[in-house]
Ligand binder design. Structure first.
Ligand code: F6R
Length: 642
C-alpha cells in the first residue's frame, strides 16, 4: 500500500530517497515525507498530497547545501537536509487517520530523535497507545504508526540505560524488541539522530527488499525504488529485522538469531520503470503488452514439449492427484482467473472454481491435499490473496502462484510459482499484468492436461504455437486503436456504460467495466449477456452505450449467435452498441453502431485480444474527463491490507 525507501551510503540521501519515492508513488499518494540524519540531528519534512507537495516544501534544500553556499557565498551553513547520507522516505495510502500533514509519515519520538515510517496496520495499536498515554506520551497524529516511534525511543533508552554500547546494533536490538510487541502487518524503517550511518528495517506480512550497492545500501517496498542504482537485491523473510550501514547488511529474526535473506538479480532496468515519452504509464504499459506476452511465453517449453514452471515444489504425481482447482485472486487478477476456469475445465476436465480471495476463507471452502489452489497476483503482496493462500495451506491444499514480482510474499509462500515476465507495472490500473496472467493460466491448464495424460505433447505445442502468434496479433490490435480513441472522446460525457459478453467474453466485459469505473469514475457494469434480460436490461435508456464482446463465429457458432441476439435486444431498447468482434464477422455489422475488429483467434484465447480496446477506451475516457490516469482517486497499486 504505502511506499517506503531507506538509504545509507556516501552520497546525499535526500535526492536518492525522493527519486525512490517517485518510483513508489503508485503504491499510495495521499501524503509523503522524509527524515534525514544530519550530523547529530534529524531533519524531517512531510506534506499531505502528492510527492510534488513535499518537493515544493523542501524547495532548494533538496539539492543540498552546495547550492546554498554558492548563492550565499558566505561561510558554509550547518549540514542541511540535502547533505545527510542516511535517511528514510514514505509515500502514504491512508488507513488510520486522514491524509493530512499531521498524519503523514515519518512519525517522530517525543524528543524528535527517532523517526519511523510504516506500511501496513498495527492491529493492537489501541492497547499500545493507551499504555503510552498512561506513561505521559501525548500523541500528535491519528495514526497507528506513531506508537511505534515512541516504543522504539523507549526501547533505545532502556538499552542505553542497561549499558548497551551505542551504535547501529543498538538500533537493531531496539527494533527487535518493538516488533515482538506488535500485531498485524508491518514494514517499518527507522533512523535515530544519535546513530548516524544506519537504517533499520523490519517486516511481517508486508514487503521489504534490500538493494546492494558498492559502499551503499537501500531498503524499499519494492526494487523499483533503487533500480537505477543497483540490480542486486536481497529478499527478506517473514518476521525479520535488517540493519543496513554503508558497508554491511545484517539480518536477524525478531529474537536476534542470525537469519538469511534470498539474493536475487533484477532482470529489468530503470528505463522499464520510466514513461518513455508516453503521457501515462498506463499507455506505455498497454503498448508493452505484445512484448510482455512474448516474454511470459519465452522458454516455457522444453525440447520434449513440456511446460516449465519457474519454481516447483510439487511432483508430477502431486499434479496427477489433483481432483479440484480453486483460483483465488482480486480485481483484475480475479477476472483472469475467470477466463482460466473455462480453459482449465475444457483442457483438463478437472472441476475449477474461481473465488474472490477476500471471501475465500470466510466461507470455509472444502479443501484437502488433492486440491490445487492457484493464487494470481501481480504484486505478490495483496493481503486478501495472501490470506486465502495461507488458509488453503492450513487445509493442506497445494498452492501454485502466478505472480509478476520476484521476491514478493505470495510466491515465497507457495508450493510452485509461474512468474509472468511483464516487467514493472506502475499505473495503478492493471493492463499488461492481466494479459500475462492469462498466458500463465493457459500454460498451467496445458501443463495440468499434459501431466495427467489428457493432452499429448503435440497438442500442447499446438496451443502454445497459437499463443506465440499473440504478440503479432496484439501489435495489429494496438495499431488500429485510433477509432477507439475517437469513440472514447465521444463517450466521455455518457452517464453510464454497460459491458456484456458470454463464455470468456463475460470476464472480459467485467474487466472493461472495472477499468472504466476505476479510471473514469463512471457508472459501468459488466454482465453475462444472457443475464441482461433477468433485470439489468432496465438500465438501458436511449443512447446508453453497451459494449458487446462477441465470440468467434468459427469457434462455437451457437455462442456467437446468442450474443448477436443479445446485441439486438439492447439495440431494440435504444442502446448505442459498441461491438468488439473478430475480423470477417459480418453477421454483427448490421447491429453495431461502432464496430471494432480484432484478428481471428481461437475462442479460449480471444480475451488476450478483446480486452485491449477496452483498456484503451477506459484510459482515453478518463483522460478526456481530466482525471489522473495513472493514479486514480482512493486507490493504490498494491493492497496490503484486508
Ligand atoms: C485493477 C487492479 C486491481 C488488481 C487487484 C489485485 O486495475 O489493478 O483490481 O488487479 O488489486 O492486485 P494483485 O494482482 O497485485 O494481487
Amino acid at each position: 500500500m504505502c511506499g517506503i525507501v531507506g538509504y545509507v551510503g556516501a552520497r546525499p540521501a535526500l535526492g536518492i530517497v525522493l527519486d525512490g519515492l517517485r518510483r513508489l508513488e503508485y503504491r499510495g499518494y495521499d501524503s509523503a515525507g522524509v527524515a534525514i540524519v544530519c550530523d547529530d540531528e534529524l531533519r524531517t519534512e512531510k506534506r499531505a498530497g502528492k510527492l510534488a507537495n513535499l518537493e515544493k516544501a523542501l524547495g532548494d534544500e533538496r539539492f543540498g547545501s552546495t547550492r546554498a553556499v554558492d548563492q550565499a557565498a558566505a561561510s558554509p551553513p550547518a549540514i542541511g537536509i540535502g547533505d545527510g547520507t542516511a535517511g528514510i522516505g514514505h509515500t502514504r495510502w491512508a488507513t488510520h487517520g486522514g491524509p493530512t500533514d499531521r498524519n503523514a509519515h515519518p512519525h517522530l519520538s517525543r524528543d524528535g530523535r527517532v523517526a519511523i515510517i510504516h506500511n501496513g496496520i498495527i492491529e493492537n495499536f489501541a492497547k499500545l497507545v493507551a499504555e503510552l498515554e498512561a506513561d505521559g506520551v501525548e500523541f500528535v497524529s491519528d495514526t497507528d504508526t506513531e506508537c511505534v516511534a515512541h516504543l522504539l525511543a523507549a526501547a533505545l533508552a532502556d538499552l542505553r540505560d542497561a549499558g548497551e554500547p551505542d551504535g547501529p546494533q543498538l538500533l537493531a536490538a531496539a527494533m527487535r524488541r518493538v516488533c515482538q510487541r506488535l500485531e498485524g502487518a508491518f514494514t517499518l524503517l527507522a533512523v535515530d539522530a544519535g546513530i548516524p550511518g544506519a537504517v533499520v528495517g523490519a517486516r511481517r506480512n508486508s514487503p521489504l527488499v534490500v538493494g546492494r550497492g558498492p559502499g551503499e545500501h537501500y531498503l524499499a517496498s519494492d526494487v523499483s525504488a533503487f533500480i537505477e542504482h543497483t540490480r542486486d537485491a536481497v529478499e527478506l523473510g517473514q518476521d525479520q529485522v535488517v540493519l543496513i550501514t554503508a558497508d554491511s547488511i545484517e539480518i536477524t529474526d525478531f529474537s536476534g538469531a542470525p537469519a538469511l535473506g534470498r539474493d536475487f538479480h533484477i532482470d529489468w532496468d530503470a528505463s522499464a520503470a520510466e514513461k518513455s515519452g508516453y503521457d501515462y504509464f498506463m499507455l506505455k504499459e498497454i503498448a508493452e503488452q505484445p512484448q510482455a506476452v512474448a516474454d511470459t511465453l519465452l522458454g516455457r517449453l522444453t525440447e520434449s514439449g513440456e511446460i516449465m514452471l519457474d519454481e516447483v515444489r510439487l511432483t508430477d504425481q502431486d499434479l496427477r492427484d489433483v481432483d479440484k482447482v480453486f483460483i483465488v485472486a482480486c480485481g483484475t487478477a480475479y477476472h483472469s482467473g475467470m477466463v482460466a476456469k473455462y480453459a482449465i475445465e475444457h483442457w483438463t476436465r478437472i472441476p475449477c472454481e474461481v473465488e474472490l480471495a477476500s471471501e475465500f476463507r470466510y466461507r470455509d471452502p472444502v479443501l484437502d491435499r488433492s486440491t490445487l489452489v492457484v493464487a494470481i497476483s501481480q504484486s505478490g503482496e495483496t493481503m486478501d490473496t495472501l490470506m486465502a493462500l495461507r488458509h488453503a495451506k492450513e487445509q493442506k491444499a497445494r498452492v501454485l502462484a502466478i505472480c509478476n514480482t520476484n521476491g514478493s510474499t505470495i510466491p515465497r509462500e507457495s508450493d510452485a510459482v509461474l512468474y509472468t515476465h511483464g516487467g514493472p507495472e506502475i499505473a495503478v490500473a492493471s493492463t499488461k499484468a492481466f494479459l500475462t496472467q492469462l498466458v500463465a493460466c493457459y500454460l498451467i491448464g496445458l501443463h495440468l492436461a499434459q501431466v495427467r495424460g489428457i493432452k499429448y505433447a503435440d497438442e500442447v505445442a499446438a496451443v502454445v504455437s497459437q499463443l506465440q502468434e499473440m504478440p503479432d496479433k496484439l501489435r495489429r490490435v494496438l495499431d488500429a486503436m485510433e477509432p477507439v480513441r475517437e469513440l472514447a472522446r465521444d463517450l466521455s460525457t455518457a452517464n453510464q456504460v454497460l459491458f456484456i459478453g458470454r463464455h470468456v467474453g463475460y470476464p472480459v466485459a467485467l474487466e472493461g467495466a472495472l477499468k472504466l469505473k476505476e479510471l473514469a469514475y463512471m457508472h459501468a457494469e459488466g454482465f453475462a449477456a444472457g443475464e441482461l434480460k433477468h433485470g439489468p436490461i432496465a438500465l438501458i435508456d436511449l443512447g446508453t452505450p453497451v459494449v458487446c464482446v462477441v465470440p468467434s463465429p468459427a469457434g462455437r457458432g451457437m455462442l456467437h449467435d446468442k450474443v448477436v441476439s443479445n446485441i439486438q435486444e439492447v439495440r431494440a431498447r435504444g442502446a448505442r452498441t459498441v461491438v468488439i468482434a473478430e475480423e470477417g464477422d459480418l453477421a454483427v455489422a448490421p447491429y453495431a453502431d461502432d464496430l471494432i475488429y480484432v484478428p481471428r483467434t481461437p475462442t479460449l484465447l480471444a480475451p488476450l485480444l478483446t480486452t485491449v480496446p477496452l483498456q484503451v477506451l477506459a484510459c482515453e475516457i478518463a483522460a478526456a474527463r481530466g482525471h489522473d490516469v495513472d493514479q486514480p482517486r482512493n486507490l493504490a497499486k498494491s493492497v496490503t491490507v484486508e
